[in-house]
Design a binder for this molecule. Structure first.
Ligand code: PMP
Length: 286
């Protein structure tokens, strides 16, 4: 018995887990999703992820055909069916099957998909030595286009930035916004530490309001570190004492080099490592 995938109320074998080529999720990237961690067989920050999914859906006028409680039950059933203790859930809602035209009103039945699997972690070396990252030419989506707060299935903008990062010899890209301020990375939020204050771009700079971002901000406040959300420039990054990225998959990963400039002393920062330890304790606590 292989892995099981939840699609529209049924758990099916991975090999049979297929959707129509007429689904607007495939044809147009019309849909929303969440990436969620499972620690110790429990769904981390479940409510926050489900709430964000509904807000993303609301913003694109997509009606999720299940209650939040039903979504949680579907995730729990899929995690249990796959025997996942420590893993990753991909929760996807697509606009559903429609015509070849754009009109979402021709898609009467949105699809809900839950995949629960093991997780591909960043190598341990990244946490011990820190990442090298670069700023890239592709800017983060303008908030009046697809607002970055919407976790939509259309990640092409981020994929282009990721290609630029890889072509530049790094694994992650920092995207600026239309005004030249720092926004975020292709799949992670960005933080800097300056004079033992924690700074991260505001949502208005055009970023996904990361669940990990919020946990880290709470943890920092809890140990008396002031947390600020100003607009940040590349200058602020280059002159930071520490820098790190946050995301569901990455947790907290130190950054030691940006655009060829060494950040701080070129090693993962002390507050960064303290927050990583606190974060990991938080994942065991729930
Ligand atoms: N920004 C982007 C663009 C993302 O896709 C993600 C999620 N992978 C994040 C930030 C981090 O958000 P979260 O902490 O909720 O995973």
């Amino acid at each position: 018995m292989g892995p099981k995938v939840y699609i529209d109320g049924k758990l099916c074998e991975k090999a049979d887990a297929k959707i129509s080529v007429y689904d607007h999720g495939l044809l147009y990237g019309d849909g929303v999703f969440e990436g969620i961690r499972v620690y110790g067989a429990r769904i981390f920050r479940c409510k926050e992820h489900v709430d964000r999914l509904y807000e993303s859906a609301c913003a694109i006028a997509l009606r999720i055909p299940m209650t939040k409680e039903e979504i949680v039950a579907a995730m729990e059933a899929t995690v249990a069916a796959n025997g996942i203790k420590d893993g990753y859930i991909r929760l996807v809602v697509t606009r559903g099957v429609g015509t070849l035209g754009l009109d979402p009103n021709k898609c009467p039945h949105p699809s809900v998909i839950v995949i629960a699997d093991t997780i591909q972690l960043y190598p341990q070396e990244f946490y011990e030595k820190g990442l090298h990252v670069i700023t890239v030419p592709t800017i983060r989506n303008h908030p009046e286009a697809i607002n970055p707060r919407i976790k939509s299935l259309n990640y092409l903008n981020n994929i282009m930035a990721k290609i630029e990062a890889i072509n530049g010899g790094t694994v992650e890209a920092i995207m600026l916004n239309k005004d030249g301020y720092v926004a975020e990375c292709t799949g992670d939020n960005i933080f800097i530490v300056k004079n033992r204050k924690l700074l991260t771009p505001p949502a208005s700079a055009g970023v996904l309001k990361g669940i990990t971002r919020a946990v880290v901000m709470d943890l920092a406040a809890g140990i008396g570190v002031p947390v600020l959300e100003p607009n940040l420039t590349r200058y602020d990054l280059f002159t930071a004492d520490e820098c790190f990225l946050t995301g569901t998959a990455a947790e907290i990963v130190p950054v030691v080099n940006i655009d060829g400039r060494i950040i701080g002393d070129g090693k993962p920062g002390t507050l960064t490592l303290e927050l990583l330890e606190l974060f990991r304790a938080e994942t065991r606590k729930q």
